[in-house]
Design a protein around this ligand. Structure first.
Ligand code: NAP
Length: 261
């Protein structure tokens, strides 16, 4: 299968580690140019140098706090300037605060809206003039909470479904420009975020994190967490030219965890 990613430019938000970084690595291996971003310059510098050592696509990094409109504007402008355009956009961000409804304040709700939904809107708005030039692909990272609410994660359960409404609507609005918009919903992919959530649940129950982890894995038909590399393969396909007819869809990468049809 020809992916034809050589020389394409990808802007990947929140990509200094975890799922975003794995997508960056996969795209660089296919010869794409990637812009990685996050809030920590030193971490970005190290990760960019690791990606460069692959010796395929070009790599740049830009510090950006995704809760700030001006940082997003700058991130998109610097990407386009560095590589001469943008054809691929991966919307991603840090995870929202864990907590049940009665544990959260207006500030928590606002912070998660800014980070987990408004940042996607802003990244798309700023990138659109470039994506429209030759057509392109947008991949939004959400969560399995788009199919089944996760207990104790009401912010994710609320704002991730917003991503679905946004994606589905944009798939129609942007089809005339040959811009394809899809969402990927991770179940349990082994990253720091999942470790953190397992720790939160372990602390609540007064048990070790490993015990929560084993229990969660037991409920996954494939009996393990996915790897960021497995997740990145799906994103790479959706961003590639091999995907020419899928838009407005959401894809679970969850080892069979979600039982809903
Ligand atoms: N892993 C899973 O199985 C899973 C499942 C469901 C949903 N998700 C969601 O998928 C997204 C990515 O998850 P992950 O597992 O890759 O998480 P992760 O390992 O914690 O990585 C999060 C990334 O986001 C960046 N980030 C956090 N806050 C930011 C901000 N305000 N501005 C810019 N960058 C920011 C972090 O870099 P800095 O801290 O350096 O800024 C880091 O690069 C999260 O929203 C997570 O909730 C993941």
């Amino acid at each position: 299968m020809e992916l034809n990613l050589l020389g394409k430019t990808a802007l990947i938000a929140a990509s200094s580690q975890g799922l975003g970084y794995a997508i960056a690595e996969s795209l660089v291996r296919e010869g794409a140019n990637v812009m990685i971003s996050g809030r920590d310059d030193e971490k970005l510098k190290q990760k960019a140098s690791a990606l460069e050592s692959i010796g395929m696509g070009k790599v740049a990094y830009q510090r950006a706090d995704l809760t700030k409109a001006t940082d997003i504007q700058q991130l998109v402008a610097v990407t386009a300037e560095t590589f001469g355009g943008i054809q691929l956009l991966v919307n991603n961000a840090g995870g929202p605060r864990a907590g049940a409804f009665e544990e959260l304040t207006d500030e928590d709700w606002q912070a998660s809206f800014d980070l987990n939904l408004l940042s996607y809107v802003r990244l798309i708005r700023e990138s659109l003039p470039y994506l429209k030039m030759q057509g392109g692909k947008i991949v939004n990272i959400a969560s399995s909470s788009i199919k089944e609410p996760i207990p104790g994660l009401i912010l994710s359960n609320t704002f991730r479904t917003g991503i679905i409404g946004l994606s589905k609507t944009l798939a129609s609005e942007l089809a005339p420009f040959n811009i394809l918009v899809n969402t990927i919903a991770p179940g349990r992919i082994a990253t720091d975020r999942v470790k953190h959530l397992d720790q939160v649940n372990a602390d609540k129950l007064g048990v070790a994190r490993e015990s929560v982890e084993s229990q969660v894995k037991a409920g996954i038909p494939l009996k393990r967490y996915g790897t960021p590399e497995e997740f990145a393969k799906v994103a790479t396909f959706l961003l590639s030219e091999a995907n020419s007819y899928m838009t407005g869809s959401a894809f679970l990468v969850d080892g069979g965890m979600i039982k809903a049809i």
